[in-house]
Design a protein around this ligand. Structure first.
Ligand SMILES: [Zn+2]
Ligand SMILES: [Zn+2]
Length: 308
């Protein structure tokens, strides 16, 4: 027990240290780009930032160690079962930059579809915690429910491990995705102009987080916007300045956020009246989606009048 507490504490300290330099860089970017408005945004976002940091601390202490063990086990299983599609020798024939690019591009392709899956009824209650931040800042990129972390880590890493990518390339991919993922959550009006056709900009990801308007159900990629363009979910009409968050009434604070998926399961088990009515009208209705009061169909992301 003492050992677990010591390990958790040292993990917390090292993760906090890893965030120090990015935090300073993000603060400098915000001040240069937005001046005094950045300070006002930071002050208004303080309660949500507190929730984000508490959820992140919980993740580091209670979720990451278990995930690391699960990933090591699944990696070992893939290797011992000989499931790697490309051998270590074949990868070694490529230059390092090409391996990193493939890891990033394939990683973003997998993450695009995994993210769309997280917007379907089954996984939405956990993913909604990431979306419930109404004052999005870079710290929103640290806000994930443990269930969401499990699907993300297992799906993404398993597929990349199946490709047989070397461990260092997986680590490089994780680092880029992590820090670039934090960056695109910043409150910046940047769309990148023509470069936005290649990379995901902060404005593009902000449109992914909007609450109730055009664009909900768009922009699922993290690094390369090409996937959203290829699969018809790209929506960037300009800088995003509309309300963010979710329609679900998730409890405030970190505890309310953590409990939300359990509340949804409880409601579903006790047969939400809306779900019963939907089934009475149409026996084949997606009652999970109705009972959850949210969630999107994988085959047809919400359009709400969005032109694609
Ligand atoms: Zn999302
Ligand atoms: Zn996000």
């Amino acid at each position: 027990m003492t050992e677990f507490v010591t390990l958790s504490w040292s993990a917390l300290v090292s993760h906090a240290r890893d965030l120090l330099i990015p935090a300073l860089i993000f603060a400098a970017i915000a001040l240069v780009a937005r001046g005094a408005a950045a300070l006002r945004t930071a002050r208004a976002a303080a309660p949500e930032v507190r929730t984000n940091l508490i959820l992140f601390a919980f993740d580091v202490v209670a979720v990451t160690p278990l995930l690391a063990m699960a990933l090591a086990a699944s990696g070992a299983l893939i290797q011992s079962a000989g499931l790697r599609l490309i051998s270590a020798e074949q990868w070694a024939a490529l230059p390092a930059w090409a391996i990193v690019f493939i890891a990033l591009f394939a990683g973003d392709f997998i993450a695009y579809w995994r993210h769309r899956l997280e917007h379907t009824a089954l996984l939405w209650p956990a993913h909604a915690i990431h979306h419930s931040d109404e004052a999005m800042t870079w710290t929103t990129g640290l806000r994930f429910h443990p269930f969401n972390r499990v699907t993300t880590a297992l799906i993404d890493t398993t597929f990349l491990a199946l490709l047989g990518l070397p461990l260092w390339a997986l680590i490089a991919n994780n680092l880029v995705r992590h820090y670039y993922g934090l960056f695109i959550h910043m409150d910046l009006p940047w769309t990148y102009g023509p470069l936005g056709r290649v990379f995901v900009s902060p404005a593009m990801h902000r449109w992914h987080h909007i609450r109730d308007a055009d664009g909900a159900g768009a922009n699922f990629a993290t690094v390369f916007s090409v996937f959203d363009q290829a699969f018809g979910t790209h929506y960037v009409p300009g800088p995003c300045d509309v309300p963010l968050g979710v329609r679900d009434e998730i409890g405030r604070g970190a505890v309310g956020q953590l409990l939300w998926p359990f509340k949804v399961i409880w409601r579903y088990l006790y047969r939400h009246p809306g779900a019963r009515a939907a089934r009475a009208r149409d026996p084949g209705a997606n009652v999970t989606s109705v009972a959850l009061g949210s969630g999107f169909d994988l085959r047809s992301p919400r359009k709400d009048g969005v032109e694609r």
